[in-house]
Write a protein that binds this ligand. Sequence first.
Ligand code: GLA
Length: 388
Amino acid sequence: MKEQLLKEFAELFGDGGEILSYFSPGRVNLIGGHTDYTGGHVFPCALTIGTYAAVRERHDRKLRFYSKNVSNMGIVESDLDHLVFTPSSGFANYLCGVIWSFTKKGYTISHGMDLMVAGNVPSGAGLSSSASLEMVMCLILKEMYHFSDLSLSDLALIAQSAENSYCGIHCGIMDPFAIAMAKQDHAIFLDTSNLSYEYAPLHLANEKLIIAHSNKKRHISDSKYNERRRECDMALANLQKLTTISSLAELTMDAFEMVKSAIQNPICVKRARHAVSENQRTIQAVEALKAHNLVRFGQLMNESHLSLREDYEVTGPELDTLAEAAWEHPGVLGARMTGAGFGGCTVNLVKNTEVDSFIEQVGAKYKKAIGYAADFYVVTPGSGVCRC
Ligand code: GLA
């Protein structure tokens, strides 16, 4: 992929000068869905698929971006003096957003660049193809301008602010953090209230992680995502009249039951119950993993999906069909939706010996119920964004 990209870069933008290449992975969240904006825990790992980038600094202030994934867009041009979110610029908004975010933080970006990207993470699938693009730009700028004061977690915060303030999606820190910090064969247990984290080894001896992609793009998810976030904020504001908490994740389930009557809107009670229970499940799941109790880990994944379906209402028929078909399969320890929801993927923990039969049976049930096929990927946890 890298050699091909460098060759095509030279063909499109001309050769000469120093052309550098980078890789930034996608990510899958094993448990801790929609908890990263209510101060909760998440447990993602990076994938070995992601975004490759080839880049060369320019002498002027022009930005020229080309994505092999949307070659019909041609070269998307912009410049450092006109960084404004433009819907028709598609993928380039994530790249421009990061540059904008660096400058907002006081870092001077003086020269433009030519950049070509090629990704093998399906877009709109809940596997963070956008954060993967943002993080590659973060690392490019850090290295191009020798911003040695910026750590990888600082870069993740810059990527998050690009997504929040430039692209208008009020997402949490999980995706860029996972992509920045990932370590091969490990998942990251991250406390999003203070960014403290711990690597947990994922040496699965007898099981495989399988991602099932519903092939339903999550078009409505951006507006619904921001709506869920507002509902959680409203629940928190109501609870703060009665308690001293600064985030929903500070509550245990028992404490939540005692104070939930302070939340005025019944929908917000459900949203908050998910935020509290999912955070507790995530903590318990990591304990189970450390105790090598994958059966318990799987049960918690299943409970997570149910909570995302019933209380958070972010699943939909495609993800529910995939999860339910997985639960019916004897080789499955756990299955849940991953990412923002409303389409995209499920993540499944499946016994080694049952992988083929899982793909066959879940695939057939899905196609029968939904009318088109799902795709399946057996994945291993990869490492974070890097020069390659
Ligand atoms: C999206 C967001 C993340 C997180 C997940 C849900 O991927 O970008 O911040 O909220 O949804 O867990």
